[in-house]
Design a binder for this molecule. Structure first.
Ligand code: ATP
Length: 535
């Protein structure tokens, strides 16, 4: 036979079978309800006490299930709200406490949204999972106490039949997991692209990228839709298999009940209870099995959150050695690479002494900024030793260390729109005069009335430099300060750096700055070479 037809028949068979079973079920239902009515009146007449007892116990099981579900939902809500706040707080504290690797690992900015979403998914999954397992267990317990004590082997046979429908779910779990993961990825990419487009709308307009952006959106949307379709397909197959097994179990139950009733092994009121319990047990098992399925899908989210919630800030960052003054910073055989990327530094060695003025040079991407961040103690995942006054970085209290460091980054990071606030937040004591004189020196006298986003890039760079100069610190670390500066401003900066008594580490391609440094380093081939030492 043609393979295609064969496949079609195999796929059609379950549907035909389900229609057939439903048909028979309908006929049986009419017959059973008819018979029940007769048997009931007989049962009530025969043993009213047993009948009432059975019905009350059955109602009790229902009550426990409903109140249990309510209890679980309240518990989870309580747990969720508290944990989400705890999660945010912990994240914030972790980032403040120099767990910089986390920022690098999960991406700045995105992490909070991502983790909160993960967390909500997990809580939802846990709620569904736990409350259904709870309901299924109560139901089963009631079932065995209620019926099992009267006829244990009979109860086991029915139990075996009733759990039959959940087996197909376990076969689809693996495939479903893969599709759900792909779907998450596709959704993330689509959302990321929309966000990028919003942020980069100027570029899209300036370069006339409407068509490209629309096409990119459509292609990402298509992938997203494809995943959603796949999920729906697997869901349908899952439903067909579930319904098939469900009907087989129902069919088997009815036949056996009829048989036992005929042989007088059970009483008619027990038959009613068996039939009423059937959908409760099966439905809860199904939801519980689905809960397991979701739990597996959410495993990676769960791991991410656990890593953060289980991180013991007190132990990790408590009892650290305080740094009162930085005498020297020593790198011994330090190697570093960003997670899963090729090595940036391979066994580098150097010593920075108090009062050194070091210029770091190197081609784009050679690792200059990375080296500055390593010196500032921002990364924890390096190999080798970084020693502050001879103390390993891992034992140094980060806050007491960073107090001595001032950093002028390559990009402009400001925390409020108010220029004066951005400067004042780093100032200790009364430095109003110094602030005014620096602003004057860089030609920014009337700037304080403006907002950050009203400044030109050169003016922003100057504010960033002034902020770095205003912080009371013994080490000044500067990353490419001259990108947007005019020649006059470069001269002013050079003059300030030359006169400064601070330890200065400066990354720059600007050769003019060499005149006021005593050491020049070049980064190449994953190593740091001292190319000049000037006394
Ligand atoms: N977060 C990161 N994850 C992975 N790789 C990174 C990350 N940050 C930087 N890199 C890579 O590390 C290398 C060094 O980057 P770094 O910014 O230190 O270079 P740089 O010498 O300062 O460059 P530039 O002169 O362009 O500013 C580059 O190849 C870069 O692609």
């Amino acid at each position: 036979m043609n393979f295609k037809y064969y496949v079609k028949i195999v796929l059609l068979l379950p549907t035909i079978f389900i229609v057939f079973i439903n048909l028979i079920e309908g006929i049986i239902n009419i017959y059973i309800s008819n018979t029940f009515a007769k048997l009931f009146s007989l049962a009530i007449q025969k043993d009213m006490e047993v009948f009432i007892c059975n019905v009350v116990t059955f109602l009790l099981i229902y009550l426990i299930i409903i109140s249990g579900k309510l209890f679980f939902s309240l518990l989870i809500e309580f747990f969720k709200e508290n944990r989400i706040i705890e999660l945010k707080k912990k994240l914030f504290m972790l980032f403040l406490n120099n767990k910089y690797s986390l920022v690098e690992k999960y991406g700045q900015g995105e992490i909070l949204n991502r983790l909160e979403q993960d967390f909500n998914d997990i809580v939802k999954c846990f709620y569904v999972h736990y409350s259904s397992v709870f309901s299924a267990l109560i139901c089963l317990a009631g079932y065995f106490i209620f019926l099992g004590l009267k006829n244990f082997s009979l109860s086991v046979i029915f139990f075996g039949l009733w759990i039959l429908p959940i087996f197909p779910l376990f076969f689809t779990i693996k495939y479903m997991n893969k599709i759900v993961e792909e779907s998450h990825r596709a959704d993330d990419e689509l959302t990321g692209f929309i966000k990028q487009s919003f942020e980069g709308i100027e570029v899209i307009k300036a370069y006339n990228l409407y068509e490209w952006a629309s096409l990119r959106f459509l292609s990402l949307e298509e992938v997203s839709k494809k995943c959603a379709n796949e999920m729906e397909k697997v869901g349908t197959i899952e439903d067909i298999l579930y319904n098939l097994c469900n009907n087989i179990a129902k069919f088997g139950t009815y036949i056996m009940l009829g048989l036992f009733l005929y042989k007088k092994l059970i009483t008619p009121d027990l038959v009613v209870v068996f039939i009423s319990l059937f959908p409760i047990v099966i439905d809860n098992f199904k939801v519980a099995a689905k809960g397991f399925q979701n739990l597996r899908v959410e495993k990676s989210s769960f791991e991410r959150i656990s890593e953060i919630l289980n991180f013991d800030i007190e132990n990790q960052y408590g009892n650290m050695i305080q740094i009162n003054e930085i005498e020297n910073i020593v790198f011994k055989n330090v190697s570093f690479s960003y997670e899963n990327y090729k090595s940036i530094f391979n066994k580098i060695n150097f010593r920075i002494n108090k009062g050194d003025k070091i210029l770091i040079m190197g081609s784009n991407g050679s690792g200059k900024t990375t080296l500055l961040k390593l010196i500032m103690g921002l990364y924890e995942s390096f190999k080798g030793d970084i020693l502050i006054n001879g103390v390993p970085l891992s034992k140094v209290d980060f806050k007491s260390f960073s107090k001595h460091i001032s950093f002028i980054p390559q990009n402009f990071t400001f925390f409020t729109q108010d220029i004066d606030n951005n400067l004042n937040m780093v100032i200790q004591g009364n430095l109003e005069d110094r602030k005014r004189s620096l602003l004057h020196l860089f030609g920014l006298d009337d700037i304080l009335s403006k907002k950050i986003n009203q400044l030109s890039d050169g003016q922003k760079q100057k504010i960033s430099i002034i902020r770095g100069l205003l912080k009371k610190s013994s080490i000044l670390i500067i990353d490419e300060p001259t990108n947007y500066l005019d020649t006059k401003s470069i001269e002013i900066l050079k003059d300030i750096l030359c006169k400064s008594e601070k330890t200065i580490i400066i990354v720059s391609h600007n050769i003019e700055l060499t005149s006021c440094v005593n050491r020049i380093w070049r980064i190449e081939n994953q190593s740091v070479n001292e190319i000049a030492e000037i006394y």
